[in-house]
Design a protein around this ligand. Structure first.
Ligand code: SAM
Length: 293
């Protein structure tokens, strides 16, 4: 059997046959919506720019459809699946794909940095996934905040979430998630995907987004943690001014006067709202507030 076997899953018929063979029941709690469109699968692999040099981690392989595409394109694939009932199915559908390892783990509990160290000598990996939508944000923020060595994250997410990740100041989608993602990576929406490309159909539209990680963050800030607290506080009460947002935030003890003075030092109006500030402005404000705290 060839090491790089061509994918054979991907069509609705093949997927339904596998589901029937194993009498598989979808688990809503795991966000299971399996891809059944080969064109979409090709687009994801192309967007992720997977090559034979790459070690890829797939989050949530399901019955192994995208895993087959990844195995064909990458040097090595490690797929992390929480649902133990899928493990024997994956053993079957990935038979002959010699460059794939399956881990029956919860991605939020797995020490991915350790895995990258052991399996890829600490060199940056690519993450590719059709994510379970119920935990999209914690998965992505965990990867970034834990500084797992990553070259890029290419994922299917809910369309609105992709828009929020890519949004800039002035857009209704702009918020704490936009700033958090854009501190670590450059986002690019590669495709929109309608519900009929999945079984069962999700109630929402989806999009493939690629997050290409920066080797250095695009802004310098003295205290990352404080900056992200300020960002969260600013968007906590979206309709309120930034001064009110920061003044009322639990854990902060800045007075109105201190916040207003800090805003002035940044060249910002005391009535400004958080949604008007870009990442550099939040970094500058954070450095000033750090000096007085
Ligand atoms: N990759 C498959 C596909 O595209 O057809 C399945 C994608 S489905 C949207 C999400 C997958 O993630 C499911 O297989 C689900 O069981 C798995 N999953 C859900 N929560 C998980 C977690 N915390 N850790 C690992 N896998 C998880």
């Amino acid at each position: 059997m060839s090491e790089y076997r061509r994918p054979f899953l991907g069509s609705p018929q093949e997927t339904i046959a596998v589901l029937k063979k194993y009498d598989f029941t979808f688990q809503k709690k795991y966000g299971q919506n399996f891809l059944i469109d080969p064109h979409v699968l090709d687009k994801i692999i192309a967007a992720a720019q997977v090559t034979k040099d790459d070690f890829v981690v797939e989050i949530g392989p399901g019955i192994g459809t995208m895993t087959q595409y990844l195995a064909y394109a990458a040097r090595e694939v490690c797929a992390v699946e929480i649902d133990k009932t899928l493990i024997p199915i994956l053993g079957d559908t990935l038979q002959g794909y010699d460059n794939v390892t399956i881990l029956n783990e919860d991605i939020l509990k797995l020490n991915l940095s350790k895995l990258v160290e052991e399996k890829n000598q600490g060199r940056p990996i690519k993450i590719v996934a059709n994510l379970p939508y119920y935990i999209t944000t914690p998965i992505i923020m965990n990867l970034f905040e834990n500084h797992v060595p990553i070259e890029s994250v290419t994922v299917m997410v809910q369309k609105e979430v992709a828009a929020r990740m890519q949004a800039g100041p002035g857009s209704k989608d702009y918020g704490a998630l936009s700033l958090a993602v854009q501190f670590y990576a450059e986002p690019y929406i590669a495709a929109n995907v309608p519900p009929n490309c999945f079984i069962p159909r999700p109630n929402v539209g989806s999009a493939v987004i690629r997050l290409k990680t920066y080797s250095q963050p695009p802004v310098k800030v003295k205290d990352e943690k404080l900056m992200f607290q300020i960002i969260r506080a600013s968007f906590n009460q979206r309709r309120k001014t930034l001064v009110n947002g920061l003044k009322n935030y639990e854990g902060f003890h800045f007075t109105k006067e201190v916040i207003e003075e800090s805003l002035e030092k940044c060249g910002l109006s005391p009535n400004v709202r958080g949604e008007a500030l870009n990442l550099s402005q939040f970094a500058a404000l954070s450095d000033i507030l750090k000096a007085v705290s």
